[in-house]
Design a protein around this ligand. Structure first.
Ligand code: DC
Length: 239
């Protein structure tokens, strides 16, 4: 049975979250950022000094994630994540969390915990969810699966523009360091044995290298509406 989920997967810096937020807003559906759950796990790991090479520590981390109350809510156009009632929206984006999150996500049992939480949320309301394995693993029966991609150069440029002052964002050395760190994360996300970044067989591929965010989001919204039967496809119904 088709589930009321739009899955938006792809590597980092392809505009997944902006697109997902826009589509969710237009549909009146909930937006869920699945990466935030792995980031919360990474934050918990840092806070309790978890040694990711130690299976006992890994089990301790899973237990604290299972007990944690994680909520996501849109506030003023931004998705806020709360952990046990405290806002951790900025904390989960810290460089320290970003450095270890891929390794934290590299635990099949922890992934299953996150996935169960996501399925439980969707049981309650339709959602647009971005991540790496949402269409391939978490919701194989999603209404629509999108796989966003863009060249490494373009993704590095976008990340640098978000994070750096304008002169540094164009600096080739700065861009090279963004490319390097995205490439490292891509490799880790693609190589994991469970939940690896990969397009679902029936995903619609969208290369966003040449698209601005508005065009990209509008294109995907159009695809969703087509799937929902709200917008006739240009080819449908023509003689
Ligand atoms: O989308 P993001 O950068 O916030 O994701 C953080 C990390 O979590 C990233 O390294 C990949 C991982 N992740 C994952 O393994 N599966 C998901 N569904 C979402 C994120």
């Amino acid at each position: 049975m088709t589930v009321a989920v739009v899955a938006i997967d792809g590597p980092a810096a392809t505009g997944k979250s902006t697109t997902a937020r826009y589509v969710a807003h237009e549909l009146g559906w909930r937006y869920i950022d699945s990466g935030a759950f792995y980031r919360v796990a990474a934050l918990l790991a840092l806070r309790s000094d978890v040694d990711l090479d130690d299976p006992g520590d890994r089990a301790r981390l899973r237990a604290s994630l299972a007990e944690a109350e994680v909520e996501q809510r849109m506030v003023g156009g931004r998705l806020h994540t709360r952990l046990d009632g405290r806002d951790v929206t900025d904390a989960i984006r810290s460089p320290a969390v970003t450095r270890i999150v891929s390794r934290v996500a590299d635990d099949p049992e922890l992934r299953e915990l996150v996935n169960e939480g996501l399925r439980d949320r969707v049981g309650r309301e339709p959602a647009v969810i971005d991540g790496r394995d949402i269409g391939s693993i978490v919701f194989p029966d999603a209404l629509l699966k999108i796989y966003l991609d863009a060249s490494l150069e373009e993704r590095a440029r976008r990340r640098a523009r978000e994070a750096e002052p304008p002169d540094r964002a164009e600096d080739p050395a700065v861009l090279a360091s963004y490319e390097e760190s995205l490439a490292v994360r891509d490799r880790a996300d693609r190589a994991r044995t469970t939940g690896a970044l990969a397009p679902a067989r029936d995903a619609v591929h969208v290369d966003t290298s040449e698209l601005d965010l508005d065009t990209q989001a509008a294109r995907i919204l159009h695809l969703v509406r087509e799937r929902l039967g709200e917008t006739p496809s240009p080819t449908r119904g023509t003689p």
